[in-house]
Design a protein around this ligand. Structure first.
Ligand SMILES: [Zn+2]
Length: 447
């Protein structure tokens, strides 16, 4: 596909979904989403007049490609005539982004201005604008890549918020775009389920990813009680130099992927150490499951646990090897680790069989057991329970299965072919303390 054509099909998110998602995020999350890396100058922004609270933008028509805005929002004196003109957005990837516009108010000069954008619903970035010319209302905001890692092709939905000298407020129509990489050739594909970009990789990775996500659509829907309220992105790299280009600081060579809810995206590097189809049929469905976890039950899936990784592994369409067979071997050898006491198996730890990924594989069998015996609706019920921080994981499991924790562990072990009762740990377990340096960001380490 030519670059020109590629640019012509830069995807547009349906705004109503974004707005519903913002509402949903604020309505259901027990704890607020962590803010993105704070923009350094945000706190020092002069706020003589606080920004007015803008009411949500009105109805959109679902299913249309272009957002149909009901128009800008104004606060204060509604008779004020606002004019917004010459609105521009430019991706300067990998250097940053430039936003510019002219806004005037009939009541006075513009006193404050900022641009606000999201890559995914619920998480906003704000950037104070320079008032280039107070007379013409010419505004400029430039985001520099040194303010934080951003891979290419993240979606952008942005708008301007300004106040005039009389304290009247104005918020412009939302506009969508992308942090485009115009410096090289990218392949692009989009379906109902996902937006995919790939560089230095064949077209098959786009087609396969779209196919895998289509195959998993109804599984996600049933397991989570709905689909993600935004279309996730998979940004796939075949060239390590391009992979490192957008990352600030020293790049950890072992990390070949990351998934970030505030980006609404997973980014992955294909290193050649495994077949390319693993990315499409394994990694992407796994990483998109992490987005579901972070969206639907963020406190219910603590990072760094067998629970979160086993759960995401359950959503892989194809597996790198026979995870279940490996765990059944452990069970046959009397080497099945204790699951529901203490912290359980370390996700990337070595098993007694000398193979890594212990918590991934063991955790995978737990979710397979759960769904095989109680259905995807049990998974959905579990998710609903885990949205509340008032209930522990084990209490939620007891509610869903009608069994005690001991019975659950025993049934799962017997399903795997283990003999004898589940081992019990001494009652002085260390409390569950999980390292979660960056919530809702899931690095993929090279196995
Ligand atoms: Zn994972």
């Amino acid at each position: 596909m030519s670059k020109r054509r590629l640019l012509a099909v830069v995807p547009v998110l349906v705004m109503v979904m974004l707005l519903m998602a913002v509402w949903r995020a604020s309505a259901q999350d027990p704890t607020p989403y962590p803010t993105q890396t704070p923009y350094p100058t945000q706190t020092s922004y002069p706020t003589q007049t606080p920004y007015p609270t803008f009411t949500p933008i009105g109805q959109q028509t679902e299913g249309t490609a272009e957002p149909q805005s009901t128009g800008p929002i104004q606060t204060g004196d509604m008779s004020v005539q606002w004019v917004a003109d010459d609105q521009l957005y430019e991706s300067r990837y990998p250097e940053g982004m430039t936003f510019s516009i002219k806004i005037t108010s009939s009541a006075g000069l513009i006193e404050q201005a900022r641009v606000v954008w999201t890559h995914a619903p619920g998480r906003q970035n704000t950037l104070p604008a320079e008032i280039v010319n107070p007379e013409t209302g010419e505004l400029l905001a430039e985001w520099e890549h040194t303010s934080g890692n951003r891979p290419p092709w993240l979606g952008i939905e942005y708008w301007w918020e300004v106040t005039d000298a009389q304290g009247n407020g104005y918020s412009t129509v939302h506009v969508t775009g992308a942090y485009e990489d115009n410096t090289r050739e990218w392949l692009y594909g989009e379906s109902e389920d996902i937006i995919v970009y790939a560089n230095a990789l064949p077209q098959s990775v786009i087609d396969d990813t779209i196919s895998a996500m289509r195959s998993q659509r109804e599984t996600y829907r049933a397991a989570w009680g709905g689909l993600l309220p935004f279309k996730p992105r998979a940004i796939l790299f075949g060239d390590r130099a391009v992979w490192e280009e957008w990352q600030e600081g020293v790049v950890n060579q072992a990390v070949i992927g990351t998934t970030n809810l505030s980006w609404g995206a997973t980014v992955q590097l294909h290193t050649g150490s495994s077949p390319l189809s693993d990315i499409s049929f394994g990694t992407v469905p796994h990483e998109i499951a992490h987005l579901y976890q972070a969206w639907f039950a963020p406190t219910g899936f603590p990072s760094g646990t067998w629970w979160i990784e086993g759960n995401a592994t359950f959503f892989e369409l194809e597996r790198q090897y026979d995870y279940e067979g490996r765990v059944r071997n452990l069970a046959a050898n009397g080497e099945l680790p204790v699951l529901l006491q203490g912290t359980g198996p370390n996700p990337s730890g070595l098993g007694p069989d000398g193979i890594g990924r212990l918590g991934y594989d063991v955790g995978y069998t737990f979710f397979k057991w759960l769904v095989q015996n109680y259905g995807l609706e049990a998974h959905h019920e579990l998710v609903e329970l885990l949205q509340s921080s008032d209930i522990t994981r084990n209490e939620a499991l007891e509610t869903v299965t009608g069994l005690t924790v001991e019975e659950i562990e025993t049934e799962w072990r017997e399903w795997l072919g283990a003999e004898g009762p589940a081992p019990t740990l001494a009652p002085t377990w260390t409390p569950q303390v999980f390292p979660s340096p960056t919530p809702f960001i899931f690095p993929t380490e090279e196995g």
